[in-house]
Every structure is written in C-alpha cells, then in structure tokens.
Design a protein around this ligand. Structure first.
Ligand code: ADP
Length: 309
C-alpha cells in the first residue's frame, strides 16, 4: 500500500533522507521515530506528494507519487506538522473548502462532512474561527481535513506535538480508531506514543533506517528486558544478595529508590529472586518484571549512529 525504494532527498550538500526503502501494508500503524532533524517530516512530505524526491521512488496504493501524483493523493490523507489551517475560517468553511479541492459533491460530500463532524466531535466549534480554538480542537480540524475524502492511507506528522496530556490521549484514541480501516504512518519523538498507537516502529537518524520492528521486539533489545524491579526494606543488604545470583548481571537503584536487578546473558532472574524472597522472608512492597525500556533502546540506537552536525 505504501512503498518506498531508495528514497532520498538532498538539500544542497545536506542529505536529509538517505536511501530509504520500506513498505507498509494493511493493518499496520507504523511509528516513525527519530530525533529532531532525523528526516521524518521530509520523508512524509515526499510520500504525501508535497516534496519531490531527489532520487528513488515512493508509491501509495500502487500509484507513484510523482508520475501518478493525483491518483496517489486521492488515496492519501496528510496532516502536516503543526496542522496548519486557514485561521480566519471556521471549521465548516475550511472543511467545505477542502471538500471543493477534493472534488467532493452531492450526497457523498454531505455524508463525508457529517462523518468528520461527528467523528472528530466538532459540533461545538463548527462555526467559530479556527484561530480562536484550543490546540486540541485545531488538531481535530487538521485530522478532519486529512480524512475528509476517506483515504486508505493516512500520514500524520507529529499529530500530538504541543498538546496537553488529555488532548494527546484523545488524538491517540482517534488514531487507534481510524486504524481499523486505514494504513497509518505517524511520526513522533514521544516514545510512549509508539506503545499507545503503533504495531510497528521504524527508527531513523541522519536520514537512515536504523531499526524496523514491533515496539515489543524493540523493547526486548533493552538491557532492562526481563529485569526485576523490587522495593524492600534493607535495600543495601538485599542488593548484595541479588548480585550474588548467577541470573543477575548487576543491580541498580532507580530514580525513585527501587532496586532493579538486570539479567545476565538473556537469563530470567525472576524465579531465582522470587525463591530468595520466600527463603529470606523479606518484606517486599513492590515486585515487577520489566518488559524493557524503549527510551534506552532509542538512545543506544540513535547514539551509535551519531548525530547530524
Ligand atoms: P525531522 O522531521 O525528523 O525533525 P526533517 O525532515 O524536518 O527532520 O529535517 C531533516 C533535515 O533536513 C534537517 O537537518 C533539516 O534541517 C533539513 N531540512 C528540512 N527541510 C529543509 C529545507 N527546506 N531546506 C534545507 N534543509 C532542510
């Protein structure tokens, strides 16, 4: 449904996107992760047909974004970074304008406008100038324009950036809701977002793909994968005992004071630690196995690649 082959973009001597090849199929919500300046927006703009690649190709629903630009755009909804819209228009005027541009007419037009009005809960603000709306509502208007023509593919550039936690939650729910019948690429530098909405993640830095996996598999690369977190009285004494276990590589203290026992060579320290707790009769206030830390994986992967200067 979305395919890129050796997609590249140069700005003068800067290579913003460097030979990216990947494909995204139905049922996938792909998180596009990377530090600022990694090339996420540039890649998305090329797939959305807003920027011409320097070399390589991209296609959407089988249509090349350059050679078959109109057909590719008909299949694509795009929310640019910051979700710009005509500030002096109301959502009603703006979405009617977008409907004109998209060539929507008659019953289909009425039905689509009513659908986005409902789905994005725009009733309260339908006739208010966009410039007077909260960031959350502005973002909803942006999403409404992206899905107005009911595209198969949605490209969302930092859709939750700058929103408060409630608004972020709301936009993530909307994305999950839309993923039922659409292929979605969503860029973010917020790692929790990947868990919340994506079933696949591509990490890019300096314009190149460094990892392409499920969020769970990426977490499993973390040295905290299967680590055991525990809170006990007499932490120092317990830490010494844990360090002596063959399944434990090292013991750290978390920022909030809990002990974290890291696994030695892919081992599972939990059974040995649970047995030790039972044997010693330690009073444990908290005990949990970690799935891994995506932020640590992200830092490791992107630091190895080095940052762009
Ligand atoms: P991201 O979305 O991951 O933050 P971008 O795709 O916006 O990254 O940018 C990738 C690189 O390309 C950055 O170094 C950025 O400064 C550069 N860049 C982006 N747009 C332009 C432009 N219009 N002209 C020159 N350089 C640009």
């Amino acid at each position: 449904m979305i395919e890129t082959q050796s997609l590249s973009k140069h700005y003068g001597s800067l290579t913003a996107v460097d030979d990216l090849s990947f494909s995204v199929g139905s049922g996938e919500v792909l998180g596009f992760l990377g530090p600022n300046g990694a090339g996420k927006s540039t890649t998305m703009k090329m797939i959305a047909g807003f920027l011409t690649p320097t070399s390589g190709t991209a296609s959407v629903c089988g249509y090349d974004v350059v050679d078959d630009a109109l057909k590719a755009k008909q299949c694509t909804g795009y929310l640019p970074e910051g979700a710009p819209a005509y500030a002096e228009m109301t959502p009603k005027q703006f979405l009617n304008f977008v409907a004109d541009v998209r060539g929507l007419q008659g019953d289909l037009r009425r039905q689509r406008l009513s659908e986005v009005h409902e789905r994005l809960h725009l009733g309260k603000v339908w006739d208010r100038p966009i410039e007077t709306l909260s960031k959350g509502f502005k973002r909803r208007v942006g999403l409404a324009q992206a899905i107005l023509h009911d595209p198969k593919v949605l490209i969302l550039d930092e859709p939750t950036d700058g929103l408060d936690p409630n608004q972020k939650h709301e936009v993530r729910s909307l994305i999950s809701d839309m993923s039922q019948d659409k292929i979605i690429i969503v860029s973010t530098h917020i790692l929790e977002e990947v868990h919340a909405v994506c079933n696949r993640a591509i990490i890019i830095a300096a314009g190149r793909i460094l990892a392409d996996d499920t969020p769970r598999a990426l977490e499993a690369r973390s040295r905290y994968h299967n680590a055991v977190r525990l809170r006990v009285a007499e932490q120092d004494k317990v830490a010494e005992r844990l360090k002596a276990l063959t399944e434990v590589a090292s013991v750290e203290q978390d920022e909030d004071g809990a002990l974290v026992a890291l696994p030695a060579n892919n081992s599972l320290p939990y059974p040995a630690i649970a047995a030790l707790i039972a044997e010693k009769g330690w009073q444990v206030d908290e005990l949990a196995v970690e799935s891994g830390r995506l932020d640590e994986v992200f830092r490791t992967i992107t630091n190895v690649a080095g940052s762009r200067t």
